[in-house]
Design a protein around this ligand. Structure first.
Ligand code: ZN
Ligand code: ZN
Length: 140
């Protein structure tokens, strides 16, 4: 918990119990939509509204505490900001898996930014498709 207190403080945000509980849930699930986060945190904070969760999540994204992961055809998910990694995103069930970056990807990103004279400060590589469970059972 103290981890999140300092994470919020270092990002210029006040650490409230609501925010800490949001971060704890996101950390334990990996990737969550705002609705998922709301459902979990409202159990501890019954007066919490979906709008408040939304506002806090957007603010924490702006401050770099959280990262938004867009999901084609579904609501975005959010994760704690961490080292660059690749997402395998299932468009059928919405599952998001983290895979580590490899050297090839870093090389491509660096050389492409150089060629395009583009200053890269953040990167997110998302691969969309069907996870092993979903493509094994195509009609579910
Ligand atoms: Zn799936
Ligand atoms: Zn991720």
């Amino acid at each position: 918990m103290t981890k999140y207190v300092s994470l919020l403080k270092n990002s210029g945000l006040k650490s409230t119990f609501q925010r800490i509980h949001m971060l704890e849930n996101i950390a334990s699930c990996g990737h969550m939509s705002i609705d998922d986060i709301y459902e979990k945190v409202v159990k501890i904070h019954p007066s919490l509204s979906l709008a408040t969760v939304y506002k806090n999540i957007i603010l924490m994204v702006e401050k770099g505490v959280l990262t938004e992961v867009p999901i084609t055809g579904k609501k975005s998910k959010y994760e704690l900001s961490k080292e660059d990694h690749i997402h395998l995103i299932c468009i059928a069930c919405g599952k998001v898996e983290d895979k580590p970056h490899n050297l090839h990807i870093n090389t491509i990103c660096t050389s492409m930014s150089k060629e395009e004279n583009f200053v890269l400060n953040k990167q997110q590589i998302n691969l969309y498709g069907k996870c092993i469970t979903c493509h094994a059972t195509p009609n579910v």
